[in-house]
Design a binder for this molecule. Structure first.
Ligand code: ATP
Length: 364
């Protein structure tokens, strides 16, 4: 019997290629894992009528740990997103995204080492929305005006942005606890509290409260989200652990990924009290799907995070070292990496990159 059983959700688009590459690399690194494959995504919806079958949720619950490829949202089903549904169903309230420069990956900076902690269950992702012109939207508009809370044009669609004390406290607490355990020194809260006083304002107020419990151990500061973006682009080295409400965290993740070389190398994890599902930051990239062009690094580094979570830190570190070695050498890099295309030679395929990584692991 394998030491660990993990639910594997290949998902859609490039997920098929990147998760298969990830499995090869994890095996080459010597991890003893049995994969229980489960279905989800837009193609799954066509096959079995739902983008997130109950068996898939049950499989993650059974194994407690899952890793997934990106899942596309099926058109015209009214279903918002497999990721959002999975995060809410399993209460995976933390979205953890380490952003680390990989020398040779062509990033704008060589010294980025920060961690994005994004709240995963509420904010504008709560899915509380009212269609423009619907009786509910019109009633809500009347309610707002009757209570003199403002005016809303009658032809508006409305999305609600709930930010709760409960969810804010637990995500900020996670960020501080993570900082403490990982030997980091500062947590920054990003928000727009000056404009959205009752949602982002609450987020900032509660973050400050939680921060008091860590005084003297972990420093705390905050940034308004627009200023944060400018600061990030100008000097990312000033940040350590950054905690965000859901939407800003989503946007900041791509921004940060762009600073270190792009979505192809940005790993992530969704973590709750009982379950964890690891996944790359990127989406299904339909433009390159099935063409063997995808960069599997993000999925592979997500697997390294999963191995850390499973207590297999040495194997995880072997994978990270092999990734660094292949990028440092600069051969066999996929086309999304600027350096791969700078030479004028054809970039490597997903398969070629994966083979280079497996060779590196075998050599090590
Ligand atoms: P989705 O709708 O599922 O989010 P998307 O195509 O809108 O998919 P992403 O896949 O996140 O969004 O990324 C945008 C683009 O970045 C892709 O179309 C692709 O060109 C590029 N890209 C993303 N991930 C990778 C990767 N792993 N390797 C190479 N290119 C990538």
């Amino acid at each position: 019997m394998a030491k660990h059983t993990v639910t594997l959700i290949p998902g859609d688009g490039i997920g098929i290629e990147t998760t298969s590459a990830m499995q090869e690399v994890v095996a080459a690194a010597g991890a003893d894992i049995a994969w229980e494959v489960a279905d989800a995504g837009a193609e799954c919806a066509e096959r079995c009528g739902t983008p997130l079958p109950e068996e898939t949720i049950e499989a993650v619950k059974r194994n407690k740990v899952g890793i997934k490829g990106p899942t596309a949202t099926p058109v015209g089903t009214g279903f918002r997103s497999v990721n959002v549904a999975l995060r809410k169903t399993l209460d995976l309230y933390v979205c953890l995204r380490p952003v680390l420069s990989i020398p040779g990956a062509g990033g704008r900076y060589d010294d980025v080492d920060l961690v994005i902690v994004r709240e995963n269950t509420e904010d504008l992702y709560a899915g509380v929305e009212f269609e423009e012109g619907s009786p509910e939207a019109l009633e809500l508009i009347r309610f707002v005006e009757e209570h003199e809370a403002g005016t809303i044009r009658p032809d508006s669609g409305i999305s609600i942005k709930p930010i709760s004390v409960t969810a804010t406290r637990r995500i900020v607490d996670y960020a501080f606890d993570y900082a403490l355990k990982q030997g980091r020194s500062k947590v920054t809260a990003a928000h727009k509290a000056n404009i959205m006083k009752h949602s982002d304002g609450l987020f900032l107020r509660e973050a400050r409260e939680v921060a008091k419990g860590y005084e003297g151990r972990i420093a705390f500061d905050d940034r308004i989200i627009d200023a944060f973006c400018m600061n990030m682009v100008m000097d990312p080295s000033q940040f350590d652990v950054i905690v965000f409400p859901n939407l800003y965290g989503d946007i900041a993740s791509d921004l940060a990924a762009g600073l270190v070389g792009g979505l192809g190398i940005a790993p992530g994890a969704n973590i709750g009290a009982d379950y964890a599902v690891f996944e790359a930051v990127h989406g299904s990239a339909p433009d390159i799907a099935g063409k063997n062009l995808a960069n599997p690094t993000a999925e592979i580094l997500s697997a390294a995070m999963m191995l850390d979570h499973l207590g297999e830190q040495a194997t995880a570190e072997r994978i990270r070292a092999a990734v660094r070695a292949v990028y440092a050498r600069g051969e066999h890099l996929t086309g999304d990496i600027r350096r791969a295309t700078a030479s004028g030679e054809a970039p490597a395929t997903c398969t070629e990159f994966t083979e280079a990584l497996v060779r590196e692991l075998e050599r090590a």
